[in-house]
Design a protein around this ligand. Structure first.
Ligand code: KG4
Ligand code: ZN
Length: 328
């Protein structure tokens, strides 16, 4: 019975996980607080985490119908993320671990996103390929076994979610940009504007979205067909994400593909990956929406495995804003 805590960016989350069962996964979003600034303001985020941490923990215990005495360990996001935000979660985790004499482990945020797939889909077993697409990441990772990850491709500039957010901002659609563009795109024609697919001339599983972002913003200056442009932009992002992910799966002969991160909530990305995956005989696992975005259940799941193999963090556990993904 593991308690997970996640505060790396702007979501305050606490969860109780037992094996592959999520007993509670409470997520307090701060989106409204940051909306008027068009992005996450680190100082505001850490202050809000401080206010929300205890109520969110209490809610997680209440919903899981579990008391702290029944826990067997605590897992907390150590990085990457905003240092002030991470520190709130780490301090809470240390306090509880000390008070209840529980083993504590720090978890890499992306390792959490990978484990979200195992929580979400009981049929999924490694090895599988995971495309993690969020505001900060666009990573194509081979999950060989717990703790054994291989980074196959990543963005060379903007993350996919970041591109959504920046284009939405230029279109005055508000923040966060992904859902706003998705909504606008529903009324548009995705073939209206031909937009570049970054790195399509190269043999690579890397991504690049800054050229697409610039081309979209330049086109925006010359047109008032916002819905068509939003649809064409979304299609260019999705097309390249799906194409490269399935190309890597075929190249490495991996028959299972999974998705994680905030952009995994995009319905075109989900349906295209499922459709083109099926055509190629590749099993596509799509995570439940509350396990796509930042959440503590995924941190508890990754931490449970680390605690089980005897890994422990000491009282000197510290936030590491640029923590590298553990690979073996
Ligand atoms: O994983 P996440 O909640 O936070 C991190 O960045 O770690 O991801 C947030 C990102 C934002 O860039 C947001 O615009 C994007 O995910 N996003 C979407 C959608 N929902 C959220 N992008 C495209 N379509 C969506 N429906
Ligand atoms: Zn994330």
């Amino acid at each position: 019975m593991i308690l997970g805590i996640e505060t790396s960016c702007d979501d305050t989350s606490a969860a109780v996980v037992c094996g592959r069962e999520v007993k509670a996964n409470i997520i307090a979003s701060q989106t409204e607080l940051h909306e008027r600034f068009g992005g996450v303001v680190p100082e505001i985020a850490s202050r809000r985490h401080l206010e929300l941490m205890l109520p969110v923990l209490e809610e997680a215990f209440a919903q899981a119908k579990v008391t702290p005495e029944e826990l067997t360990g605590i897992a907390v996001t150590q990085g990457p993320g905003l240092v002030g935000s991470l520190l709130v979660g780490i301090s809470a985790a240390k306090s509880l671990a000390l008070a209840y004499q529980l083993p504590l482990v720090g978890v890499h945020h992306t390792e959490g996103h990978l484990f979200a797939n195992l929580l979400s889909d009981p049929k999924l077993e490694p090895p599988f390929l995971c495309l993690t697409v969020s505001g900060g990441h666009t990573d194509l990772i081979l999950f060989q076994a717990p703790g054994r990850y291989q980074l196959l491709g990543r963005t060379r500039d903007d993350a996919a979610g970041e591109a959504f957010d920046k284009v939405a901002r230029a279109m005055d659609l508000g923040y966060p940009g992904g859902p706003a563009i998705e909504k606008m795109a529903k009324r548009g024609d995705r073939e209206a504007f031909p937009l570049p697919r970054g790195l399509s001339q190269e043999e690579t599983w890397d991504f690049s979205f800054s050229g697409l972002k610039t081309a979209t913003i330049q086109t925006l200056r010359k047109t008032d067909r916002i819905a068509d442009l939003a649809a064409s932009f979304q299609w260019a992002v999705v097309d390249v994400l799906v194409e490269r992910t399935l190309s890597a799966a075929e190249g490495l002969k991996i028959g299972q593909v999974a998705l994680s991160g905030g952009v995994a909530a995009n319905s075109l990305l989900r349906s295209e990956l499922a459709r083109r995956g099926e055509e190629k005989g590749i099993y596509v696992s799509l995570p439940k929406l509350d396990l796509c975005t930042d959440n503590a259940a995924m941190i508890a799941a990754a931490g449970a495995w680390r605690l089980e193999k005897g890994e422990r963090s000491g009282w000197d556990l510290n936030a590491v804003p640029n923590l590298p993904l553990p690979t073996a």
